[in-house]
Design a protein around this ligand. Structure first.
Ligand code: B16
Ligand code: MG
Length: 219
């Protein structure tokens, strides 16, 4: 029996990837590392420090900085990112998400958030969606990033529901893996070749159908 639907944020509820890209691009340029939108795809769902490692690797600079310097670089990127996300408004909610959440709530099912982003509360505030969530996992308290199931299990625990009675919604491959490892039903939003491990894949959020998902989940 379905008890909760747990959402990823970036790429599912809103598209912050472009802002992450711009902020990382600025830092990469300072470090003399070429960084493209295609490279940015690899950072989706990945934590801030792990993202920095990927960028340093692109420039063969993993060894060039101490842990302390890396913390500083990641902080610098985040200051830039926080500046960019000030522009977020409810118009930035991806198509189909508002009616989808409405249907979930009307069915008496809980709504949770499992975002790797430490900026999730600020983003949800900009979108005016803070009140829609029964529980938001705090990325600061999560030790293991996706594909580890920790963040989805943490959300289920705090929503007081059984993970097997949950559906997770994700746009990243590592995110879908995290949902499956949490023994939840996975809905992927994106391309089939990236998200093939999910139980259902939709090409875009506008196609999310509560009725269809419930039907397949209940089988
Ligand atoms: P922050 P999600 C993830 O969010 C993003 O996809 C990823 O690109 C980002 O690096 C990560 O959050 C950490 O974000 O630097 O704001 O803590 O997709 O899990 O909602
Ligand atoms: Mg995501």
């Amino acid at each position: 029996k379905l008890e909760a639907i747990i959402f990823d944020l970036d790429g599912v509820i809103t598209d912050t990837a472009e802002y992450h890209y711009l902020a990382w691009k600025g830092l990469a340029a300072e470090l003399g590392i070429p960084f493209t939108r295609e490279d940015n795809e690899r950072l989706k769902g990945v934590s801030r420090l792990a993202s920095l490692e990927i960028i340093l690797e692109l420039g063969n600079k993993q060894m060039a900085f101490t842990e302390e310097e890396k913390e500083h670089l990641a902080k610098k990127k985040n200051i830039q990112y926080m500046e960019l996300i000030k522009r977020i408004t409810p118009a930035d909610i991806l198509p189909g998400i508002k009616p989808f959440i409405k249907e979930i709530k009307e069915a008496g099912i809980k709504v949770g958030l499992a975002s790797a982003s430490k900026n999730a509360p600020a983003v949800l505030k900009g979108l005016d969606l803070l009140d829609e969530f029964d529980y938001m996992a705090d990325a600061n308290l999560i030790a293991n990033g996706k594909p580890d199931p920790e963040i989805f299990l943490n959300a289920a625990l705090n929503l007081k529901v059984n993970p097997e009675n949950c559906i997770g919604v994700e746009d990243a491959k590592a995110g879908v893996q995290a949902i499956k490892r949490a023994r939840m039903f996975a809905v992927g939003v994106g391309s089939m070749d990236q998200l093939g491990e999910a139980d259902i894949v939709y090409a875009s959020t506008s196609e999310l159908s509560f009725k269809k998902i419930i039907e397949i989940f209940s089988k």
